[in-house]
Design a protein around this ligand. Sequence first.
Ligand code: MN
Length: 151
Amino acid sequence: MLGQIERGESNPTIATLWKIASGFDVSFSSFVKDDEPHQSGLMHRKPRMQQLHKQDDRINVMPIFPFDKNLGFEVFIIELLPGCTHLSPPHQKGVIEHVIPVSGFIEVLVDERWRKVNPSEGLRFDAFFPHGYRNLSNHPVLFHDMIHYMK
Ligand code: MN
């Protein structure tokens, strides 16, 4: 699989990229194409939704704040298209996710239970265990996913 990706013969899914990131103990945003230079300090980022990184049919992921190794932190905006159910493999130990819906509610799978999270509410969970996100509505929904990598 890694060889196929390196040779450009395979377009890995987001779940596969997460497995690779976890296996190599690196952040997810290190795989996401980002033309802006990574920097510390002041950043004002305006994600353009048409430029969301598209790997899977119904989920788009774009880093707002790419991984900062001093903070052990990265922030994504994620779009789930109608009907999307995205299951994520466990990440590295010490990875904590904070999910905050922006538009519309999403459901998050934690501890084998789907939990409804409304806009501006927050859900934090230990991402060392299997988890997932889904949108069973008829509209695309957006949420922020803040990911901490604890040492
Ligand atoms: Mn995850």
